[in-house]
Write a protein that binds this ligand. Structure first.
Ligand code: CP
Length: 311
C-alpha cells in the first residue's frame, strides 16, 4: 500500500483490490496471526463527521491488531471553539501517532492531512467523494456470499449489482462503482434523476435506470442507499412516501428478486423509506454481515497501511 495510506478506490489496480479482499479473508479465518501487527503503534481516529459503524469498527480493528487508539470526536473538542483541522492534527501528533483514520465533510481532507503529516492516512469517508473501506467490506461480503474466486482476474464476472437511491451525495456509491466494476460486476445505478450522479466521465462504465422495476428480477444484489438530507438542498424529491412508492425496496419489490439475490445497505437505515423493515430483516439481507465484515476489512487496511503487511 502507498506510504500515504488509502484514500480512494478510484485509481487502484484490480490486483491490489483483490489483494485487500484476500487479506480481509485471511484475517477473518486466522485472526490469531495478526494480534501483534500494530503492537506499539497508535492510530488516531479523527472523526469530524458523525459515525457509528465506521468509527467503532476502526477502533475495534486497531485493538484486535494489538494497537492503541486515540479517539477524537469533534463535538466534544476544541473544534467547537474554532480550532482548525490542521492545528487539531498537529496537536494530537505530539502524543505519538503512527497512522490516522479520518472522516470529514470535505472532499480531499485525507490527502491533505497525509501531505501535512507525512503519516499513512485512511479515508473513513470524505464528503460525497469516497468511502473506500465501505466498498471493500461490501465486496468482501458479496465475495463471501457468492463464494467468489479471488485469484480470478474478474471474480464478479457475470454478477449484476443495482445501486438504488441517492447516488448524487453518496461516497459509498462512488467507491462501490469503482470497486465492483474493477472486479467485473455489471453495475446499474437507479434513483430519482435529481439524486443521480451527474458526471459519468469520471467513472468506469455503469448503466443508469430511472426506475428499478424492470431490472430488479435480474440482478444478483441490490445495494440500497440512504437519502442524505444533510448534504442536499431542498426539493430533490417530492415527499418520502412518493420516494418509497417509486424507489423503495418494499416487500412487493423484494418479492420479484431472484431466489438467491441479496440485499445490502451501508447504514444508517431510514426504515420505511428506502427499505421496508421486514425486507431489511429478511434472510436475503446481508446488512449485519456487512457490519461484522467491516472489522476484518478495516483490519486489512490498517495492517497494510500501518503494519507493513503485504495485501
Ligand atoms: N456506513 C457508514 O459509514 O456508517 P456510519 O456513518 O455509521 O459510520
Amino acid at each position: 500500500m502507498s506510504p500515504s495510506g488509502f484514500s480512494t478506490i478510484r485509481g487502484q489496480s484490480p490486483g491490489f483490490l483483490r489483494g485487500l479482499l484476500s487479506l480481509s479473508s485471511r484475517i477473518k479465518k486466522t485472526p490469531s496471526g495478526y494480534t501483534n501487527t500494530l503492537k506499539g503503534k497508535t492510530i488516531l481516529q479523527l472523526f469530524i463527521e458523525n459515525s457509528t459503524r465506521t468509527r467503532l469498527s476502526f477502533e475495534t480493528a486497531t485493538r484486535r491488531l494489538g494497537g492503541a487508539n486515540i479517539s477524537f470526536t469533534a463535538a466534544s473538542s476544541s473544534v467547537q471553539k474554532g480550532e482548525t483541522l490542521l492545528d487539531t492534527v498537529k496537536v494530537i501528533q505530539q502524543y505519538g501517532v503512527d497512522g490516522i483514520v479520518i472522516r470529514h465533510k470535505s472532499t480531499g481532507a485525507p490527502e491533505w492531512i497525509s501531505t501535512a503529516t507525512r503519516l499513512p492516512v485512511i479515508n473513513a469517508g470524505d464528503g460525497a467523494h469516497e468511502h473506500p473501506t465501505q466498498a471493500l467490506l461490501d465486496s468482501f461480503t458479496l465475495a463471501e456470499k457468492w463464494g467468489s474466486d479471488l485469484s480470478a482476474e474478474k471474480p464478479f464476472a457475470g454478477k449484476s449489482v443495482m445501486i438504488l437511491g441517492d447516488t448524487l451525495h453518496s461516497r459509498v456509491a462512488r467507491s462501490n462503482i469503482h470497486f465492483l466494476t474493477a472486479l467485473g460486476a455489471r453495475v446499474l445505478v437507479c434513483g430519482p434523476s435529481t439524486l443521480t450522479i451527474p458526471d459519468r466521465r469520471l467513472f468506469p462504465e455503469f448503466e443508469v435506470l430511472a426506475f428499478p422495476d424492470s431490472a430488479l428480477p435480474d440482478v444478483d444484489a441490490v445495494m440500497l442507499l440512504r437519502i442524505q438530507f444533510e448534504r442536499q438542498s431542498q426539493g430533490a424529491i417530492p415527499s418520502l412516501p412518493e420516494y418509497r412508492h417509486f424507489w423503495g425496496l418494499t416487500r412487493d419489490r423484494a418479492a420479484v428478486l431472484k431466489r438467491d439475490a441479496v440485499i445490502l445497505h451501508p447504514g444508517p437505515i431510514h426504515h420505511g423509506v428506502e427499505i421496508d423493515s421486514e425486507v431489511a430483516d429478511s434472510p436475503r439481507s446481508l446488512i449485519l454481515n456487512q457490519v461484522e465484515n467491516g472489522v476484518y476489512a478495516r483490519m486489512a487496511v490498517l495492517a497494510a497501511a500501518v503494519g507493513g503487511v503485504e495485501p
